[in-house]
Write a protein that binds this ligand. Structure first.
Ligand code: G3P
Length: 217
């Protein structure tokens, strides 16, 4: 399973990259705003800065909601850097835009997926990645993992090459459960990724090894 980090924070992206386990980055307009990145030129430069840190795909989301606007914006974003993936919302014009970009060989990430039907449509349009929002489904008492499971079955039934990018990850168990189901990619905050490191028995065991080694001196 590929590991993407879901942030526009350059320090966190660098930290994940330095661990050697990072395969890409996802952003969205809310994450850009959280870092205080506003204005077309600043946003574009920020995407380039992210691409220069990470070796892998970087999702950059369009703001337009009409086909022409999404195509115009997506072409500008894709031209910024070869690692850019155009992130497009799951709406009717978005599906048309994904089909357009896929026919041009430009990678896309269809975002805001909350049902198997949406996921099927996005794959048929040729999306490179499709992003089911696991945490936000869990937030409304709906089993987000079940959607990822349904997507795995549907994509495997028809040999879709579209990758399932499990998004809206909130904690390490989400990552482990996604890996068990067979999501192709997970994107989550740095805190959920680094939480995978932790186990009290590891800490206790290491302390004991170091203590015993010190006795031999
Ligand atoms: O980037 C899309 C998705 O990962 C958002 O996550 O935590 O805002 O639901 P969250």
């Amino acid at each position: 399973m590929k590991f993407f980090i879901d942030t526009a924070n350059l320090d966190q992206i660098k930290e994940a990259q330095d661990m050697g386990i990072l395969d890409g980055v996802t952003t969205n307009p809310s994450l850009m705003a959280k870092e205080g990145i506003f204005g077309d030129e600043k946003v574009k430069q920020h995407y380039v800065d992210i691409c220069n840190i990470v070796d892998g795909d970087v999702s950059a989301e369009v703001i337009s909601t009409d086909f022409d606007g999404m195509v115009r914006e997506g072409e500008i974003l894709a031209a910024l850097h070869e690692q850019i993936v155009v992130k497009i919302p799951m709406i009717k014009d978005g599906i048309k835009a994904i089909k357009y970009f896929s026919s041009k060989g430009i990678k896309t990430n269809c975002t805001l997926i909350f049902s198997a039907g949406q996921a099927l449509l996005a794959a048929k349009a040729g999306a490179t990645y499709v992003s089911p929002f696991l945490g936000r489904l869990d937030d409304v008492s709906t089993d987000g993992l079940n959607l990822i499971d349904e997507m795995r079955t549907i994509y495997d039934n028809y040999f879709f090459e579209t990758e399932i990018l499990a998004a809206s990850i909130r904690h390490p168990m989400h990552i482990i459960d996604c890996a068990k189901i067979g999501a192709d990619v997970m994107t989550g905050p740095l805190s959920a990724i680094t939480a995978l490191l932790n186990h009290p028995l590891t800490d206790l065991g290491l302390a004991k090894f170091l203590e015993d080694h010190a006795k031999n001196k």
